[in-house]
Design a protein around this ligand. Structure first.
Ligand SMILES: C[S@@+](CC[C@H](N)C(=O)[O-])C[C@H]1O[C@@H](n2cnc3c(N)ncnc32)[C@H](O)[C@@H]1O
Length: 224
């Protein structure tokens, strides 16, 4: 089920996020890093090996671009799509000279229009979290090379709160800016992947390094 997205509104929200001091710092004052989880040091987290050994990668909702810069350093042809023009301007300035290409677009629109294909498509707390998976996964599957993988990570659903979830930005006072996130149990994510004709699906929740803290949902599937 899709939420009533208004991408002009969501673009403004993500532009504000991209312009914040902390996110600018993650773009301009940091080095490439690839992390599937929200924890800087996670002793049991997987790394980029979940993507296989791709020659070409596409990140959906690539934000700061640091993960793409890391894959470009390893020799992959790296492309990122992001809704925010401010973010894309910053990441192009920072990581463009290191060989990463950024496209400013809404991901469903991009996947529908592009004729490019990739060995790996992934999202780290990115657009897989912000798009209806019943629309996104078939479009992403169609842009994967045979044997290619889709991998995504994001917070797990709050128990019992499934489907699109409206989220206000920055608390409950101030401008009414909001977006939608999609939350499902791992079995539901696996079903959406299978319905997009993807195979070898695995969706699990990795525990946080500290007991009782929020874990990370990690999904993976392969195109035959
Ligand atoms: C939490 S941030 C990304 C985190 C990213 N992994 C990083 O390291 O910065 C989410 C990003 O997704 C982008 N985004 C959200 N919805 C999108 C959509 N429908 N199409 C493209 N990008 C989207 C936002 O602009 C934002 O930059």
């Amino acid at each position: 089920m899709s939420a009533p997205h208004n991408y002009d509104h969501e673009r403004r929200l993500w532009d504000i996020y991209a312009g914040s001091q902390s996110v600018r710092g993650e773009v301009f004052d940091s080095e490439p890093v690839f992390r599937w989880t929200q924890y800087r040091d996670h002793p049991t987290a997987p790394g980029p090996e979940l993507l296989g050994d791709p020659e070409s990668v596409l990140e959906l909702g690539c934000g700061t671009g640091r993960a793409l810069a890391c894959l470009a350093e390893r020799g992959a042809k790296a492309t990122g799509v992001d809704l925010s023009p401010v973010m894309v301007e910053h990441t192009t300035e920072r990581w463009g000279p290191r060989g990463v290409r950024f496209v400013c677009a809404e991901v469903l629109d991009y996947l529908e229009r592009t004729s490019e294909t990739y060995d790996a498509i992934y999202s780290i707390f990115g657009a897989v979290w912000f798009c209806d998976p019943e629309r996104l996964f078939p479009l992403a599957a169609a842009r994967l090379n045979p044997g290619g993988v889709i991998v995504f990570s994001q917070p797990p659903a709050v128990p019992g709160a499934y489907g699109p979830q409206g989220m206000y930005k920055g608390g409950f006072a101030g401008p009414a800016m909001y977006t939608y996130r999609y939350s499902y149990a791992p079995e539901a994510w696996a079903r959406f992947l299978s319905e997009a004709d993807l195979t070898d699906t695995s969706v699990t929740v990795l525990d946080a390094p500290t007991e009782g803290h929020i874990g990370t949902l990690i999904g993976r599937a392969v195109r035959l």
